[in-house]
Design a protein around this ligand. Structure first.
Ligand code: ZN
Length: 279
């Protein structure tokens, strides 16, 4: 997804749909950003009045002009939009003739999504997607073509011990996450990451799968193949490619296992050699 952002010119506009506190680091780029969300937490928004604009709005009626956006970023949000087909039609309307679309969603039938919805009483995931059907819906409703898609593995980050501010918004079913001592919490979340990946490596299952990332475009484009990172940090959710970790000397032995320091947040994770087809 960084590749899409880096390809934008300073005169381009990116729409972060369901932006929350920002789906990517706005400060790293020069293009214009419009962040749209039904709830905007003013205290946690990146500010740059020349370049970054926030609009409180539903994603089903995007308050932007036709053809005014060069990249729509829909990052872990489409599963939350009640009428996602209407949202897709709106995305198609606001995309420029050369527009690009990034969508990352959970596999609605994965262990990861099942566990999330179980613990968080649904967690606001009102849509359960299957890859091929979603891809067809997106192309038909936005007038774009699928350029490529990639499997995204989970770091099960939602099992992390919440801050007191986060805990206030947790449903009763998830409150216990706030009561676990930190060591037990870390053991639980790293254990889930380790066991699901061991299962995947030995059985060829997809227990560690989160979902998929898709790139759609209004016009044909060339782009390098995206990596499917098998090792995903439990603390920050960053994918860590094994080659990068090895090159930077971040993998080390630890009582019979191998562990790595996340390239993003530097926390320690179990390392598993990626199976074929993953990085
Ligand atoms: Zn991390």
């Amino acid at each position: 997804m960084e590749e899409l952002l880096e390809a934008l010119a300073p005169s381009d506009t990116a729409l972060d749909l369901g932006c929350g506190p920002g789906s990517f680091d706005y400060s790293r780029y020069l293009f214009r950003v419009v962040g749209i969300d039904v709830h905007l937490d003013a205290a946690n928004l990146f500010r740059d009045d020349q370049r970054v604009q926030y609009i409180q709005s539903s994603a089903e009626e995007i308050p932007l002009q036709d053809g005014s956006v060069d990249l729509v970023f829909c990052h872990h949000t489409l599963e939350h939009f009640p009428d996602y087909k209407r949202t897709l039609s709106e995305i198609g309307r606001v995309l420029s003739p050369k527009g690009l679309l990034w969508i990352a969603v959970p596999d609605g039938y994965s262990f990861d999504d099942l566990l999330f919805r179980h613990i968080f009483s649904g967690g606001g995931h009102v849509n359960q997607f299957r890859r091929v059907q979603l891809s067809r819906d997106v192309s038909a409703l936005t007038g774009t073509t699928l350029i490529q898609w990639v499997r995204l593995h989970s770091g099960f980050v939602y099992l992390k011990s919440p801050t007191p501010e986060q805990l206030v918004h947790f449903p009763e079913t998830a409150k216990y996450l706030g009561k676990l001592p930190e060591r037990l919490s870390t053991l639980w979340i790293t254990g889930v990451n380790l066991v699901t990946r061991l299962l995947d490596k030995t059985l060829g299952s997809e227990a560690s799968l989160y979902g998929w990332g898709f790139v759609f475009s209004k016009v044909p484009i060339e782009m390098a193949s995206m990596k499917s990172c098998f090792n995903v940090c439990w603390n920050c959710g960053s994918g860590n490619a094994a080659d990068d970790l090895a090159r930077e000397g971040l993998i080390s032995p630890w009582i019979g296992f191998r562990v790595y320091r996340c390239r993003g947040c530097k926390r320690r994770n179990f390392f598993l050699k990626p199976p074929e087809g993953t990085a």
